[in-house]
Design a protein around this ligand. Structure first.
Ligand SMILES: Nc1ncnc2c1ncn2[C@@H]1O[C@H](COP(=O)(O)OP(=O)(O)OP(=O)(O)O)[C@@H](O)[C@H]1O
Ligand SMILES: [Mg+2]
Length: 179
């Protein structure tokens, strides 16, 4: 595990916000409104977990800088995950992990929204616009499903996330974002 700088202002307890096949996202700093994505598993084709996180952070930086609607990326940090073993228990587990830290988004996931109102053509078109901006930057988006986007009704904005599997014809150019 690469030892990145530790993140300031971390919560005392870390709450798990969401978990997928490859990653877990924690509420890491309420003070700074930040979450951390850590990788639980990484298919061999994507290199080590640290390489995969680095790629996701680089993609996020390029998208954010280019005006695609994504959570503001903060960078790679060593984060402390401290959780109670259960809500009834005083015992806790604590470990350090590499995390891709980004702005916390409080929105509704598109898969949940579309299961309630499948014909929400307006939100669908906002989503498609953001995906097209990413394609125009040269990305292929194999994993850009409704599970990987939020809708913020107050701002009428769709926010894309989860770029670990996105592909670019010039990956070294994307990785320059990390220099
Ligand atoms: N910036 C964020 N702010 C708030 N919640 C988030 C943020 N990023 C991710 N999440 C939550 O964490 C969950 C998992 O995130 P993500 O999709 O990046 O991980 P994953 O392991 O690749 O998931 P999956 O395999 O399901 O696609 C999301 O479904 C979402 O609910
Ligand atoms: Mg996902």
């Amino acid at each position: 595990m690469t030892h990145y700088p530790s993140l300031p202002n971390q919560n005392h307890w870390t709450k798990l916000l969401g978990e997928g096949a490859f990653g877990a996202v924690y509420d890491i700093s309420r003070k700074d409104n930040l979450v951390a994505k850590t990788l639980t598993y990484c298919p061999r084709a994507y290199g080590t977990k640290d390489e995969a996180l680095r790629w996701e952070c680089a993609v996020a930086r390029l998208l954010y800088r280019s005006g695609v609607s994504v959570p503001r990326p903060e960078g790679l940090y060593t984060v402390r995950i401290r959780q109670r073993e259960s809500i009834f228990s005083r015992n806790c587990s604590e470990r350090e992990e590499s995390g891709f830290v980004m702005e916390r988004i409080r929105g509704q996931r598109l898969d949940e929204l579309f299961s309630q109102c499948p014909k929400d053509i307006y939100v669908h078109s906002l989503w498609e616009e953001e995906l097209q901006k990413a394609r125009d930057l040269g990305f292929e988006l194999p994993d850009a499903t409704t599970r990987n986007a939020f809708y913020l009704p107050a701002e009428q904005r769709v926010v894309l996330f989860d770029f670990g599997f996105w592909v670019h014809p010039e990956p070294e150019r994307v990785l320059e974002e990390m220099l």
